[in-house]
Design a protein around this ligand. Structure first.
Ligand code: RBF
Length: 153
């Protein structure tokens, strides 16, 4: 279910961007479904230059995103991870600080970073938002980075 009424752009003027994807291995069952639909949407928009870095967990997405923006000179990055609430406070530590880390990177580099992180209460919510037959968000992540990049051409 979505409460968003905005519409994504129907067409994009420019698509020759280098896009980075940082993805985590934790909860890879869900992460991989999100990555697959992001990549598919990028390819459908003629993006040929996609660099993917896989890291252990969502926490490491901050480091990988920095590398994609600086070392690999990507125009923008989609950071994809899934954090599922457990019995310890790790969920809060990771989710809040990763978001801050990614925000700092987008400000430091003046390049867009799409927040492709699902922070869910349980596996069922993660499944609902990553399964392509349900509410998979991967396409939205890809569309968002392309639209934001098109603001500055
Ligand atoms: N990484 C995730 O991407 N999603 C999680 O739900 C997740 N839960 C974690 C829970 C605990 C208790 C720990 C210790 C780590 C968890 N991580 C998770 C891994 C984390 O992002 C990172 O890879 C590790 O903390 C090592 O830096």
């Amino acid at each position: 279910m979505s409460n968003s009424s905005f519409k994504y752009a129907k067409s994009l003027e420019k698509t020759d961007f280098k896009i980075g994807i940082a993805k985590s291995k934790w909860n890879d069952r869900y992460v991989d479904m999100l990555v697959d639909s992001s990549v598919l949407h990028l390819k459908q928009n003629n993006i040929k230059n996609i660099k993917i870095i896989e890291v252990p967990g969502t926490w490491e997405l901050v480091h990988a995103t920095n590398a994609l923006l600086e070392k690999y000179e990507c125009d923008g990055v989609i950071a994809i991870g899934v954090i599922i609430r457990g019995e310890t406070s790790h969920y809060d530590l990771i989710s809040q600080n990763v978001v801050s880390g990614l925000m700092n990177l987008t400000l430091k580099t003046s390049k867009p970073v799409t927040l492709g992180i699902l922070a869910t209460e349980n596996e069922a919510q993660a499944e609902e938002r990553s399964n392509p037959n349900k509410l998979n968000k991967g396409k939205e992540f890809a569309q968002t980075i392309l639209e934001v990049l098109n603001l500055y051409i």
